[in-house]
Design a protein around this ligand. Sequence first.
Ligand code: HSE
Length: 434
Amino acid sequence: MNDAMGIGLLGCGVVGSGVARLLLEKSDRLASRAGRPLVLRRVAVRDLHKERPVELPRSMVTIDPIAVIRDPDIQVVVELIGGVTDARQYVLEALTAGKHVVTANKALLAQHGAEVFECARKHERTVAFEASVAGGVPIIAAVSQSLAANQITSIQGILNGTSNFILTAMAEQGQCYEDALREAQKLGYAEADPTLDVDGGDAAHKLAILAQIAFGIAVPFAAITRRGITDLHAMDLRFADELGYTIKLLAEAWLDGKQVALHVEPVLLRKTDMLAQVRGAFNAIQVVGDVVGETLYQGPGAGMMPTASAVVADLIDLAVGRAQRTFQSLKLWSATNTGFTMQSPMEVRSRFYLRLLVEDRPGVLADICKALAKEEISISSVIQHEALDEQEGEVVPLVIMTHSAPTGNFLKALRHIDAQKSISAPAVYYAIAD
Ligand code: HSE
């Protein structure tokens, strides 16, 4: 067998422990797949005394990431510390020191992809990042390699396991949001700061990476319209269900002429849609290509061993030499101009679900319809149930589904609706995926 490939690990939390376990416990299998041994040489941790789900020889562990990066017996640095500031510094340092980098850090790539990839190219090193999107689902390889004959026309994905776990628990078991989040944290799905899971930030990081690969556009992270699930009301899950839909936190990017529309939002999906049936911490991504048509990828999008599976696949690709060739040919985050630009969020067309709490009085529905009509928004269905004691003036929920309209027109109509005296609480709205 050829020379061993020395590996240094930065971070030994949930995913890091999984990677270490895989490298230590399945070394024969990995060596046979890689054609040479993959040897874990050093692991940098923040706390030497913390209990971990993997036993590491004491001599392997250090609190000094720079010592790992500079170790001459290490050819590949695996960055699993998360966050952006320190991770950026260590990744740039590793590349400059002539090490290849494997990372699961979507925030780092979404925000500093151009800098990191330029540094890698300058030092003729490779950055492999399969684990950064959808955990164990090989979506990076699918979009960048297996679908290379296509122009991707749309990507629609459940890219955050934690929020999908919470939505499933709320919709199927009537669990409250807080309990479901606590459970997702206990199971190791959530980010260190779970705000990113539930506010759409984590899914937006992943969408920015997919948009770069599929459309060659560097999307500034802050420019991605995103809304999370923190304000989602059980009432809207019930109305969606009544209408034949379910609500999922979707990351979507699609081509509209030469423009790419993209957002991360809770969206109504028909129950028959394949993505609507994705439950728990699973991720799923539907990718449409102009040659292949619709494809679907599904699997565990978070957690220790699924994410470790993707990290170690990158290590094998590096050991074999495939990752280096792919990295060179993709030219990601380079100045290459694909001719696509990002569509303004206000121009993005969608159907909408609108739920209002209104006073049950004559003319209320007419005023709402007038505000929508003024913006040329056509209504496709309306639900208003009879109030329990049928007293006029009582506050009742009113649900309107619209036909397709530009987001800007819809939001303008909403401002007029919210200003009406008969509206008792700010309007709630979600896009409908069709
Ligand atoms: N916290 C992420 C999720 C997993 O819940 O999907 C890593 O990306």
